[in-house]
Design a protein around this ligand. Structure first.
Ligand code: PLP
Length: 480
């Protein structure tokens, strides 16, 4: 292979050649995915572009290793190199976030939340059956012990943010396992302002007396005051758990500090590593020392074998996030989000809460006469990738929705700045203002059908491509 090619190009070319030799269709799909990502204006708030170092740290023989247990205390032999990367990832996470303990094994954000629920239950709930289960061999437990364990742990309460206010499925949404594990109640936002109503939340907490209060969100465009949340939790004897999956990059980059930094306030914090934090797909739990032992039981109580190749990539990504330039990146994410919001407001768009303080903007597309589903499709036709999202009290439900969630972490990684966000706002407005509801095959107007005026998709796609051409994605990677 040519000596003129960058190291990254050579690495990915070799990798694809090896894959192509076995299953050419997979190699082709991987190559096409890079081409698609390069060409689209990605505004999905939960996505990003991990560095080549992070990506390459995942494609190796660590993937073959079983390592159930924790560092230095494994159920399998031969784990010394896994110990090295897991300890390193955990150390980087503690230093980066100022956390007392970090558990880097969860495979995803959902797994991290389950580990946290388990750790809180196991440490807070008086359960002789659980104590027995944790110190005795499982075969020593009788049927009555198992029955008692379910009864002792199965009667607890959780208070989380409602899905349509921006919470996540795992924060107690009824059909999700979290809504079945706990008796659940949710808090929402003030209909007049769209902001979390802390007074109402306090009232609900006083009356409901939950074991866990979950703060954090997938689609709330403002800051959350974690100091206030902790005060409420303390008042009612609840454990405060914060799910910072979306905004971990802003915490790492010190954009969210003081009352808005969850680490000093929550007893336990969960996150994904692949959104604004810009690492590999995965999860993580950070906690105060008193919960550490229970959190470290994530495997085998909740998880199977950890993914050593992903833990290696987490260590790389966390090392990247400790660099000073990551702070600059995190600040630019928020600057871009505010610029995007201002550009949309200037054009008459309706935004939930009237703006943003973080990495995302929630655009209410009902003012364009559209559902979220129609808006998402029309934007996709025009080279703009977003996702539809419910707005508070959404009358179109969670499938069609009335909103579009827009996030800036990915475009910021590509190097787009506030001036470009003004143009992105114009592209979005151009598409939505020229899209109308349309009738389906049965002649009835549906919540999914739409009509985009002639020529708009082509013009906007061309303008989006022009905008992106100045900010190439993975500029050091040439697949040939
Ligand atoms: N928590 C929040 C707040 C999220 O937004 C998400 C994903 O969108 C998750 C948890 C789940 O993460 P994962 O998809 O890695 O399981």
């Amino acid at each position: 292979m040519s000596g003129e090619l960058s190291n990254e190009s050579q690495a990915f070319r070799y990798a694809l050649e090896a894959v192509r030799a076995v299953e050419p269709a997979v190699a082709a799909a991987i190559g096409q995915e890079l081409a698609d990502q390069r060409e689209s204006l990605k505004l999905i708030a939960s996505e990003n572009y991990a560095s080549p170092a992070v990506l390459l740290a995942m494609g190796n023989w660590f993937s073959d290793k079983y390592a159930e247990g924790t560092v230095g205390r494994r159920f399998y032999a031969g784990c010394r190199n896994v110990d090295t990367v897991e300890a390193l990832a955990s150390q980087h996470a503690k230093e980066l976030f100022g956390a007392q303990h970090a558990y880097v094994q969860p495979h995803s954000g959902i797994d991290a939340n389950l580990v946290a629920f388990w750790a809180i239950l196991a440490s807070r709930v008086e359960s002789p059956a659980l104590e027995k289960a944790q110190v005795r061999h499982v075969n020593d437990l009788t049927e009555a012990d198992w029955f008692n364990l379910r009864r002792e742990l199965g009667d607890q309460r959780m208070l989380g943010m409602s899905l349509d206010a921006g919470g996540h499925l795992t924060h107690g949404f009824r059909p999700n396992i979290s809504g079945k594990m706990f008796e659940q109640r949710s808090y929402g936002t003030d209909p007049a302002t769209g902001l979390i109503d802390y007074a109402a939340l306090r009232e609900t907490a006083r009356e409901f007396r939950p074991l866990i209060i979950v703060a954090g969100y997938s689609a709330y465009p403002r800051l959350v005051n974690f100091a206030t949340m902790r005060e409420i939790a303390d008042e009612v004897g609840a454990t405060l758990m914060v799910d910072m999956a979306h905004f971990a990059g802003l915490v790492a980059g010190k954009v969210l500090t003081g009352d808005f930094d969850p680490i000093p306030h929550a007893q336990i914090v969960t996150t994904t590593t692949h959104k604004s934090l810009r690492g590999p797909r995965g999860g993580m739990v950070l906690c105060q020392s008193e919960l550490a032992d229970q959190v470290d039981r994530g495997c085998p109580m909740v998880l199977g074998g950890p993914l050593p190749h992903v833990m290696a990539a987490k260590a790389v990504a966390l090392a990247e996030a400790k660099r000073p330039e990551f702070r600059d990146y995190a600040q630019r994410i928020v600057d871009n989000s505010k610029a995007l919001a201002e550009g949309l407001l200037k054009r008459g768009a309706t935004l939930v809460t009237g703006g943003t303080d973080n990495h995302l903007v929630l655009l209410d597309v009902s003012s364009y006469g559209l559902t979220g589903r129609q808006a998402e499709s029309a934007l996709l036709d025009s080279g703009i990738v977003t996702n539809r999202n419910a707005v508070p009290q959404d009358r179109n439900g969670a499938w069609y929705t009335s909103g579009i969630r827009l996030g800036t972490p990915a475009l910021t990684t590509r190097g787009l700045g506030t001036a470009e966000m003004e143009q992105v706002a114009d592209l979005i407005h151009t598409v939505l203002s020229q899209t109308t509801q349309a009738a389906g095959a049965d002649g009835k107007v549906s919540l999914a059908q739409y009509r985009l005026a002639d020529g708009v998709a082509d013009t906007v796609s061309r303008r989006a491509a022009d905008l992106l051409s100045g900010h190439p994605l993975y500029p050091t990677v040439d697949l040939g």
